[in-house]
Write a protein that binds this ligand. Structure first.
Ligand SMILES: [Zn+2]
Ligand SMILES: [Zn+2]
Length: 78
């Protein structure tokens, strides 16, 4: 697969990753790597415990999807 962003600009560049959301092939220069927290809510019976584990899930994403996700995070904060 080739990098979609590079291909659009007429550049021939191999893809090293694929955007998990839209499936676009991306080169090292165009891929974004995000770390997702692995969380659990455990119900102990006398209360809930929220846990965020130390190891995160890597997620490869393109610039367009990153923008789309970030706009959503901003909305959720309100
Ligand atoms: Zn590229
Ligand atoms: Zn994408």
């Amino acid at each position: 697969m080739k990098c979609y962003v590079c291909a659009k600009q007429g550049v021939d560049e191999k893809a090293v990753a694929i955007c998990i959301i839209c499936g676009m092939g991306l080169c090292l220069g165009h891929v974004f790597k995000e770390e997702l927290l692995v969380r659990d809510v455990i119900d102990w019976g006398f209360g809930e415990e929220k846990i965020a584990y130390p190891k995160t899930l890597p997620r490869f994403i393109c610039a367009e999807c990153k923008l789309a996700m970030e706009q959503r995070k901003r909305v959720e904060k309100k």
